[in-house]
Write a protein that binds this ligand. Structure first.
Ligand code: ATP
Ligand code: MG
Length: 341
């Protein structure tokens, strides 16, 4: 076995990845992939579309893999794992569900938000839906995901930290009551803990339609940036308040020329800088960032066999370590019933 420490993290296959995923998580994954043994999970058990649209989930699995390759994750040194093809995740979820009190799950902020969304559905079609049991399973499953490769580090966006805390508590309890097999994993939040949406909303999120996707063309990026919320109305040459204009949050996130950015903010405050100038600068920066991703993506799109190989090989490695962990878990829980006689 490798001596490197292990990373487990993942993304739900709900569609193409966006700048929020990149700044909050992927950027760290790319940086850490050679230092750690990495398991990147495509968490398809945790998508609620099965009843509605399995084809969409399937397409999204490939989209996620392409985006990962595009940003520079190396599928040979890291493992891209399709969650449901490692059914040990489901098995561990069942055992761990005895460790987590329902009240604790009900207080979980992510779960709470999703419950509310389903309890106050916006369209007539879903109005009849009640809360599926899976909503309670899925935080438990996230705990199982992290514990499965006995991960040490979990690089994620800020919204995921409560799940990591839940995982640490579960690991502590398991280790104390049975056998010490799980490291207590640390969370690692990216440079931009939560990227705002292009509409100025608190989180860039697909469901809010306020994303800039990693695979967007240069023209699309220009168009989306042009339409971005740029703070309260202001004459073209009026001074402005930096904190009121979310375009600066993007410049903070993606402009690496600190001196020029400081100068821009100073001019903005003193004599005013048009939103057009800010947006032109941002568009150029984003396209510089995304250009190499687009090139790599195009190469893989021309050879989807390579993407398939990445998914197959990674899932095989993910399954191997899962089997190893489940043997340890069964041993710790003393589940060898047939050994009695
Ligand atoms: P979306 O709302 O667009 O579907 P999501 O939050 O559901 O995105 P997940 O698959 O749950 O996406 O999360 C993948 C990772 O990306 C997580 O670590 C999450 O914290 C991070 N992430 C997602 N959106 C953002 C954002 N706007 N800013 C920072 N990190 C983010
Ligand atoms: Mg998502």
């Amino acid at each position: 076995m490798s001596e490197r420490k292990r990373i487990l993290t993942g993304i739900r296959p709900t569609g193409p990845l966006h700048l929020g995923h990149y700044a909050g998580a992927l950027e760290n994954w790319v940086r850490l992939q050679h230092e750690y043994e990495c398991y990147f999970l495509i968490a398809d058990y945790q998508v609620s579309d099965y009843a509605d649209d399995i084809a969409r989930v399937r397409d999204a699995v490939w989209e996620v893999a392409l985006d990962w390759l595009a940003v520079g994750l190396n599928p040979e040194s890291s493992s891209f794992v399709i969650e449901s093809l490692v059914p040990e995740h489901a098995e561990l979820t069942v055992w761990l569900s005895w460790f987590l009190p329902l009240g604790m799950l009900e207080r979980n902020p992510t779960l709470k938000a999703e419950m509310e969304a389903i309890e106050h559905p916006e369209d007539a079609r879903t109005k009849a839906k009640s809360v599926p049991v899976a909503f309670y399973n899925y935080p438990v499953m996230q705990v199982a995901n992290i514990l499965m490769p006995r991960a040490h580090l979990v690089p994620v966006g800020e919204d995921q930290l409560p799940h990591i805390e839940l995982t640490r508590e579960t690991a502590r309890r398991f280790n104390r009551e049975f056998k010490p097999i799980f490291p207590e994993p640390e969370g690692l939040v990216g440079r931009v803990p939560r990227l705002v949406g292009t509409d100025g909303n608190a989180k860039m999120s697909k469901s809010r339609g306020n994303t800039i996707d990693l695979k967007d063309s240069a023209e699309t990026v220009a168009k989306k940036v042009k339409g971005m919320y740029g703070g309260p109305p202001r004459g073209m040459h009026d001074p402005g308040v930096v904190a009121e204009n979310p375009i600066f949050l993007y410049l903070d996130a993606f402009d690496h020329d600190a001196a020029e950015l400081a100068d821009l903010k100073e001019r903005y405050t003193r004599v005013g800088v048009s939103n057009k100038e800010l947006k032109d600068r941002l568009t150029a920066l984003l396209n510089d960032l995304l250009d190499p991703f687009r090139e790599r993506r195009a190469r893989y799109e021309g050879n989807m066999g390579l993407v398939r190989e990445a998914l197959e090989a990674g899932t095989t490695r993910g399954r191997a370590i899962a089997r190893e962990t489940m043997e340890m878990v069964r041993d710790a829980l003393d589940l060898n019933y047939l050994g009695k006689y």
